[in-house]
Design a protein. Structure first.
Length: 420
């Protein structure tokens, strides 16, 4: 079993003949100048993962071990199989780095190695005696479900953040419309997903100023360390209304996808005081009267915009009651000045056209009916004229005349000549 890495690093430096101050080396070009006597020092220490198939390599953060001179630690992600070391010494030309591995160093998951770096004066130089440095490099196992850091902007956490603690109460500032969660992964291979429950109204909360917060709402100890490039900060976000609380869950899946863990954040946002019960989202203050174009919503406790952006005053679920300059009120809406009468005239013309169309529809239907009746009569008359056996009547005359007997003797029925 390998011994404790911290103890191993200390043992490697036990014979160092010169004790230096605890200079913190960041991964990229954080050069520490040589002391006034011009003795050799390590100037630049840089670790990176092995290059992948595309030739890309990921940086590995390097941190000093507190209280141990010339001892440093670095943590590889689970998906990093090995690492390379780059270092330079100063003063240049009189000092050099020796006995440093020039090939990739492999590390098993959950294990570590200690890489030694020696700085020595060049031949003929009088820059002092050789010095040794040790970097303890460990590799994550891939089953970590804890985050490296977590904070919520414009709030404070109860209890204070600790990776092993999974449940928190988050007291959000009143002027924060969004729940912005800044976090940094412990392993870049982890996946983090956010889900949020429904909002619920909360009891009245104090809205006094909170001390100890920076301009962006984070406490000084939550700010990211300088020079970290391996693990950057990410942000997840959801919304919350004034005077409500919401349960937010962060689900963390390990780099090897075998384990899942959760963080629970109960986020509370205070209400506006009764005398200023509406929150102005633009000014970020509580008010009793909303600005032009907005109305106070009792459902959300904030100033909401009117549906018609030309309204100066409106009521929820109703139209405008007052328009902005340059507009006039018409039928619950706002139209540009001078267009109201034109709209009425256009409406009348439209109504006239509709009435005209309906009258012509009636006339056309009536004409069709009359034409159909006439056509039927004509067909009936034509049929009667050409049909056989029709009774032929002589022209009627008055009785009692001198020719009545002759006329009566000639009155009779005639048959069709075809019958003879």
């Amino acid at each position: 079993t390998p011994q404790n890495p911290m103890r191993r690093a200390t043992a490697l430096l036990a014979n160092a003949c010169l004790v230096l101050t605890d200079d913190v080396f960041t991964p990229r070009d954080n050069i520490v100048a040589a002391n006034s006597e011009g003795k050799c020092h390590l100037a630049n220490l840089f670790l990176h993962s092995m290059a992948d198939a595309d030739g890309s390599a990921q940086p590995i953060d390097v941190e000093a071990v507190p209280g141990v001179p010339r001892a440093y630690t670095a943590v590889m992600d689970y998906n990093m199989a090995g690492f390379d070391v780059e270092a330079t010494a100063v003063p240049r030309g009189s000092c050099q780095v020796t006995r440093m591995s020039t090939s990739a160093i492999m590390v098993d998951p959950g294990s570590y190695v200690v890489s030694e770096i020696f700085v020595e004066p060049t031949a003929g130089s009088s820059s002092g005696t050789p010095e040794s440095y040790a970097v303890n490099v460990s590799r994550l196992k891939g089953q970590d479900i804890e985050l490296d850091s977590l904070s919520v902007r414009g709030s404070y956490l109860v209890p204070p953040w600790k990776p092993s603690v999974k449940t928190y109460s988050v007291n959000l500032n009143l002027d924060e419309d969004f729940v912005r969660i800044d976090y940094r992964k412990l392993d870049n291979g982890q996946t983090v997903e956010l889900s949020a429950g429904l909002e619920a109204a909360t009891a009245q909360l104090a809205t006094g100023r909170r001390l100890g917060l920076s301009a962006d709402g984070t406490s000084p100890e939550q700010l990211p360390a300088m020079g970290q490039v391996q693990r950057s900060t990410s942000t997840l976000m959801t919304t919350i209304d004034v005077g409500h609380e919401r349960l937010v869950r962060l689900e963390v899946t390990s780099a090897d996808s075998s384990v899942t863990g959760r963080y629970y954040l109960t986020v509370r946002r205070p209400s506006c005081p009764e005398e200023r019960r509406f929150f102005d989202g633009q000014a970020k203050i509580c008010t009793d009267i909303c600005n032009e174009g907005f109305y106070g919503s009792t459902a959300t406790g904030r100033c909401s915009r009117c549906m018609d952006r030309r309204c100066a005053v409106c009521e929820p679920g109703q139209g405008c009651s007052l328009c902005l300059d340059g507009f006039e009120l018409q039928n619950g809406g706002c139209v540009p000045h001078g267009q109201g009468s034109g709209m009425d005239a256009l409406k009348k013309v439209e109504d006239g056209l509709v009435g005209y169309e309906r009258k012509h529809e009636v006339l056309v239907v009536g004409a069709v009916i009359v034409l159909a009746i006439g056509l039927c009569a004509c067909v009936f008359f034509t049929y009667g004229t050409h049909s056989g056996g029709m009774l032929r009547l002589r022209k009627p005359r008055l009785l009692g005349g001198e020719d009545d007997e002759d006329e009566m003797s000639n009155f009779g029925y005639y048959e069709d000549s075809s019958r003879g």
